[in-house]
Ligand binder design. Sequence first.
Ligand code: ASP
Length: 444
Amino acid sequence: MRKDTILTILILLSLVLGVLWGQFALFDIAASDEAIQQAVRPYQEFGDLIFIRPLRMMIIPLVFVSVVVGVTAIGDPEKLGLIGGATLVYYFTTMAAAVLLGQILVNIIQPGVGVAPEEFRASAELAYATKQANVEAGQAGGVTGAFQNLLRDMIPTNPIEAAARGSTLSMVTVGIFFGIALVMIRDAARPVIAVFEGLFQAFIKLVTWIIWLAPIGIFFIVAAKVGQTGFQKLAGPVGLYGLTVVIGLLLHAMVTLPLLLWIFGRTNPYAYLLRVRKPLLMAFSTASSSATLPITIEECQMRGGCSKRASNFVLPLGATINMDGTALYQAVAVTFLFQMFGIDLSLTQQMFILITAVLAAVGAAGIPSAGLVTMAIVIAAVNKSLAAQGHAELPMWTIGVILGVDRILDMCRTAVNVWGDAVGARLVTRLAPDTETDRADGVA
Ligand code: ASP
């Protein structure tokens, strides 16, 4: 059996065992929150130590080096502009399509209609209290605030500090500018570019080693996640809401994105999905696009046939900006909560949700639960428009209603986020394929 097949089987096995262990050995519906946290903490910490920390160690250096290598391989700044433009169009149209799909589904299924919110109030308020500070901080400046933060991140005053803070976006922009400068100075840059090529290959090598830690790490991480939530919470109206999100994610991942890949990428989408299965499994297990990024880059190039020119740049940017799953989830979640409160949303407010859900997903970091926090921005925007018309607003504690199932939905939406990035890398590869020299130089 091939090494790659063995690894996939081991990862799947550890995922299934993790779910079973979390559900049957760790989760206890009768236990207090405190007791559950205590039971899962050692699992969380061990998984983090053995797998997530090594992965995160790679993110910042790999992003910087891979963007520089991608930009210098593209060479021509005009072509870079074209590729950048196409990438952004792809990100925003697919996120908008995901939100629209979510809105259609939640309006057809109507998981919140007829549900009495007061029934959930006590437990929801309690759950919300644990997240309140985060949500309020995320919501503070609204959409504008989130964008200001994004722009500030894009132009760091001190790249070393930004790197130390773990800002992927800063590394992307600094990498783009540095790469363009290298292209401009031509011959003088040749040794520097060669160093970056070498560093890139070394980092990719390290990632191929780290992937072998996945079968151990995933068991512990998934057991901790499922142990905290338990599948029992997926019953009742909250379960129907969760099901709406999952149906939307599946349709987006298995129909919308594959159609794009088939029509514009001339690629068999399902064969490609199988080839990039590892990052998708990692994203599902870790609920973090950023932690998955090193593996996404490595697998899309080594197995998915993506070019360095495209994926070195589309994937790092996508891990922070392109979040189809998160955008879809936010639209469904917000509409569900408004339905629960019997607040009818007009077409204008639905449009508000469409726009703000895309922006809030862009503003969400590629880490667990980030989408839940920026979702408050969507609620606040709709509330503002309701208040302007003298209608009742949605109280923020209602977020507590969906907190119980958020971990499991986070895993699902993160897998779709990463799949969206991988599809983008493959599509842009058609615009920017590698040349023979690129391939000889690097790993593509
Ligand atoms: N966990 C997601 C990600 O890393 C973001 C979210 O919470 O929706 O892509």
